[in-house]
Design a protein around this ligand. Structure first.
Ligand code: C2E
Ligand code: MG
Ligand code: MG
Ligand code: MG
Length: 288
């Protein structure tokens, strides 16, 4: 992007990288007080049953409304929050807000007979897993809000559990025994150790978006089809439900339904949005 050389100009080696570093530094400085200033908010993306198209719940996805930079996606600040330790109080806040939201949906849905109870999925960072307060915080939040544990699903990435020892799995086991679902997020991206699945207290596999993307063409790549088919059949034989991420077209949804996936999430159904939106989608779905 540099113009012709000459003159006494100095050049930055990579102006964009530099701008990113400056922003990162600024964000890291602003992060610790952002929670107190109420700058975080949560969007909800529906989880849809592939068999009948009904809305079964939603995933909570946090955003940061930064006073200068506008809405920032979690990829921009979750790593910083993990680095600074803010992830623990932030994660707790997301959990409490989301569970409260789930209770509100459930209450408002009381009249709609055909609706099953909406469930809520919340992402957990590896730092939260190793934090000693996780189980107690979760128990407290569920008790305070009066939401049943089986309305909650905690999403942990597969990579966070790679090589996990029993100490790391203990809190997840406790939560699973209480009835909280544990989902293995972004499944299939890491070094998936299928045999390892048996010892993890998970009840849901969230198949990574890359698999969904490979269903874009019709007919899809036969090898990809076989892989997904294999994962689904293994998951079902271990009593795990399969959710697919990143469904953007009806063709993908149909293909994944035929392959036996249970639940789907993606722009084809709805982008992440405000909580009222989920309520509307679920109601439309129940009445028409
Ligand atoms: P994730 O848990 O795998 O969430 C799914 C991501 O895919 C979300 O990105 C969602 O907006 C995006 N997505 C959904 N449908 C589609 C689609 O059809 N096409 C495409 N291209 N993308 C789709 P988002 O909201 O930017 O979140 C990114 C990641 O940030 C999440 O990935 C999760 O790992 C993390 N995250 C979000 N909220 C939290 C949180 O409260 N706590 C923690 N620890 N991590 C969070
Ligand atoms: Mg997730
Ligand atoms: Mg995911
Ligand atoms: Mg993902």
């Amino acid at each position: 992007r540099a113009k012709s050389a000459g003159g006494n100009r100095f050049e930055l080696a990579d102006p964009e990288a530099d701008a990113r570093a400056i922003t990162r530094h600024g964000l890291t400085t602003a992060l610790p007080t952002a929670l107190d200033r109420g700058e975080f908010f949560i969007e909800y993306q529906p989880l849809v049953h592939l068999g009948d198209g009904s809305v079964r719940g939603a995933e909570a996805l946090v955003r940061w409304l930064h006073p200068q930079h506008g809405v920032l996606s979690p990829d921009r600040f979750i790593p910083l929050a993990e680095h600074t330790g803010l992830i623990v109080p932030l994660g707790r806040w997301v959990l409490e807000q989301s569970v409260r939201q789930a209770r509100e949906w459930r209450e408002r849905h009381g009249g709609a007979e055909s609706l099953g109870p909406l469930r809520i999925n919340v992402n957990l960072s590896p730092c939260q897993l190793t934090h000693p307060g996780l189980v107690q915080d979760t128990v407290d939040i569920l008790e305070r809000t009066g939401v049943a544990p089986d309305a909650l699903c905690l999403e942990v990435t597969e990579s966070a559990l790679i090589g996990a020892d029993d100490d790391l799995l203990k809190p997840l086991r406790r939560l699973a025994e209480m009835g909280v679902d544990i989902a293995l997020d972004d499944f299939g991206t890491g070094y998936s150790n299928l045999a390892n699945l048996r010892r993890l207290p998970v009840s849901v596999l969230k198949l990574d978006r890359s698999f969904t993307q490979s269903m874009q063409q019709f007919p899809a790549d036969p090898v990809d089809l076989k892989i997904v088919e294999g994962i689904v059949s293994l998951a079902h034989s271990l009593d795990l439900a399969v959710t697919v991420e990143g469904v953007e077209t009806g063709a993908q949804a149909e293909q994944l339904r035929i392959l036996g996936c249970d639940t789907a999430q993606g722009w084809y159904y709805a982008r992440p949005g405000p909580p009222e939106r989920l309520h509307e989608l679920a109601l439309v779905d129940a009445t028409g």
